[in-house]
Design a protein. Structure first.
Length: 184
């Protein structure tokens, strides 16, 4: 392992820490975090490619190449079906009780993310992702937030069955940012 790869792995841990300690609505932590390296990254990249092929979504194939070439990947997800209990209506239901009732009726999933989701929990996810990528930037680690990697991570159940929405953040340290000038 090169000194750069060792550093990227250390930064991935700091990114996980930043996601964990990011502010959460009502102080309730529904964030799920996992760091992948080595063979786990190849497994994620393969799942991304398969998803792209199976759903005719070619950008999954492009992103899978990036993930396969990365040194580590931070996965951040949320338990979006945990209602915040403030009846804000952001989820599309008038009360949190209505959201919870609808989540219990959830049918077989045919979409990348499971819904409905509490707007507060999804906001928490965005803040956690932002905190993580800020940490990567501070340490000069190239990264890109990928919906595609989160979709495949959910398919592989890498963040657990309670994860309703996830993003992946592949990381790289090389002479040129692999997440820039990508071929579609």
């Amino acid at each position: 392992m090169t000194v750069e790869k060792t550093a990227v792995t250390a930064v991935a841990g700091l990114m996980a820490l930043a996601a964990r300690t990011a502010p959460k609505g009502k102080g309730v932590d529904t964030i799920l975090v996992q760091v992948l390296a080595g063979k786990e990254i190849k497994t994620l990249a393969k799942a991304m490619s398969e998803y792209g092929e199976n759903h005719d979504l070619h950008f999954f194939l492009r992103d899978a190449k990036n993930v396969a070439a990365s040194d580590a990947c931070v996965l951040i997800g949320a338990k979006g079906d945990v209602a915040a209990g403030i009846n804000c209506g952001g989820c599309g239901y008038p009360t949190c009780a209505d959201l919870t009732k609808e989540c219990r009726k959830r049918k077989k999933q045919t979409t990348p993310f499971a819904g409905p989701n509490c707007a507060i929990r999804i906001t928490d996810l965005g803040i956690a992702v932002g905190s993580a990528v800020k940490t990567a930037q501070i340490h000069n680690v190239d990264n890109r937030v990928m919906y595609t990697a989160g979709t495949a991570a959910r398919e592989l159940n890498l963040l657990g069955k309670e994860c309703t929405v996830a993003y992946g953040i592949p990381l790289s340290a090389s002479g040129k940012n692999i997440f820039f000038d990508r071929v579609p």
